[in-house]
Design a protein around this ligand. Structure first.
Ligand SMILES: Cc1ncc(COP(=O)(O)O)c(C=O)c1O
Length: 413
């Protein structure tokens, strides 16, 4: 389809109205109808993000020498993230556009590290649990690497014994999730770290979902197993600011145990007409607004604000999970530590439940292994927990009474 630009520009007010109308059928995230994609805490934080993003809308994080303000905010954001991930003076980080880029940069660094230290390797391989996010497979595909996925343990977490058994002569990296996207379970990073140390492998921890907020869940007195640089074998950690950091998109971090590890992610060249190009990201131009909004979010919330978000998200999780388990036959998969989980019932096709929930305005992402529904709680879900559980109960009752619902196709995007 091709489309002409309007002959003459149109007034903003008219456009604004048209855009408002366009969004009328979008997911109602302000009222917690979402099970993924959106991390919204409240209007106060949203206002700060808009203002901060707008202030630096035009600036470009590619040219930090021209924008020392962006450089300072980026350094401070990364230093705060390092603090949350048990980093030290050696830790070195990069601000990226999202989890996919952070994981790409980590896998690129692991490949280059292997090229430098393991010249015998021809196709560098990453061993990951079946539950690993597709971003690692995408990175491997783009980088000419290979991912070997191994089944999860009966508790649905990565199985360190199976991971080790899959290590072969081409393996350069292990991969763990904290938590996994689909079932919200934190892999046993300490045990996987021990394998990585024993076998001399790079260990990447995908803490895209949990990295920023999990430390605050721990501070609430809940048990969150070690998954960060406190675990000796961990080499790199991806932690998204635009997820549980409650910053504006696109914003994530990739954190390396040492500056030497981070250097493996550098791409430099100067054989073109404008001198040295040296970069640690996949992207070139980087939105100044996203860096500014991340800095503003972290300063505005502070530790107290994140603890508050963690508390509300966990209360939402508890209310929804406990409510669901009062419905006969419904169970939560595994024992999730954070605000994300999935649930199912054996006698009903949960994807038909997703379909019926969709008709009622709820976005319920399906899971396939096992077949169920994914839930990602945020503070706004606290207020709708009862409504959500009641809607699931109604949909299940409808299907159990014999009505045939249309199954929602299992898709992530
Ligand atoms: C565990 C995990 N890793 C990686 C990603 C990819 O992050 P992004 O969508 O920001 O690229 C996601 C996204 O949901 C995720 O849940």
């Amino acid at each position: 389809m091709s489309m002409d630009l309007p002959e003459k520009g149109r007034p903003w007010e008219e456009l604004r109205q048209e855009m408002e109308a366009m969004r009328s059928r979008d997911l109602d995230w302000r009222h917690g109808r979402h099970g993924a994609y959106v991390w919204y805490a409240d209007d106060g934080l949203e206002h700060v993000l808009r203002e901060a993003y707008g202030m630096f809308l035009v600036e470009n994080g590619l040219g930090l020498w021209a924008f020392p303000s962006i450089g300072r905010m980026e350094r401070e954001v990364l230093a705060m993230v390092q603090g949350l991930l048990s980093g030290d003076e050696q830790t070195a980080s990069v601000f990226t556009s999202g989890g996919t880029e952070s994981i790409f940069v980590a896998m690129f660094a692991a490949r280059e590290w292997a090229r430098a230290t393991r010249p015998d390797v021809t196709t560098a391989e990453i061993v990951a649990a079946q539950s690993a996010h597709p971003a690692v497979s995408k990175a491997a595909h783009l980088l000419g690497m290979r991912v070997r996925r191994v089944p999860v343990a009966p508790d649905h977490r990565a199985d360190p014994v199976a991971l080790e058994a899959a290590v072969g002569p081409e393996t350069v990296a292990l991969y763990a999730s904290a938590p996994s996207y689909s079932l919200g379970l934190i892999d046993p990073v300490e045990a996987i770290g021990a394998v990585a140390e024993r076998r001399g492998l790079w260990l990447h921890v995908d803490a895209c979902v949990g990295g920023i907020l999990a430390p605050f869940v721990r501070r609430l007195g809940r048990t969150v197993p070690a998954f960060d640089f406190a675990v000796p074998g961990v080499t790199s950690i991806s932690a998204d600011l635009h997820k549980s950091g409650y910053a504006a998109k696109p914003a994530s971090t990739i954190n390396f145990r040492t500056k030497e590890h981070r250097e493996f992610a550098r791409y430099s060249m100067d054989d073109w007409p404008s001198g040295t190009y040296s970069s640690l990201t996949f992207t070139g131009t980087r939105p100044g607004g996203a860096i500014a909004a991340a800095w503003a979010a972290m300063q505005f919330l502070g530790q107290e604000g994140y603890e508050h978000i963690a508390g509300a998200s966990m209360r939402a999780r508890d209310a929804i999970a406990r409510g669901l388990e009062t419905i006969p036959g419904v169970r939560v998969f595994g024992e999730p530590e954070l605000w994300a989980f999935a649930f199912g019932a054996e006698d009903v096709d949960m994807h038909q439940v997703s379909g019926l929930m969709g008709k009622r305005g709820w976005m319920c992402g399906p899971t396939t292994q096992p077949r169920g529904i994914h839930v990602m709680c945020t503070p706004v879900h606290e207020g709708i927990a009862g409504e959500y559980v009641a809607a699931v109960a109604e949909c299940l009752a409808e299907l159990r009474a014999g009505s045939t619902g249309e199954a929602l196709a299992a898709r992530y995007n």
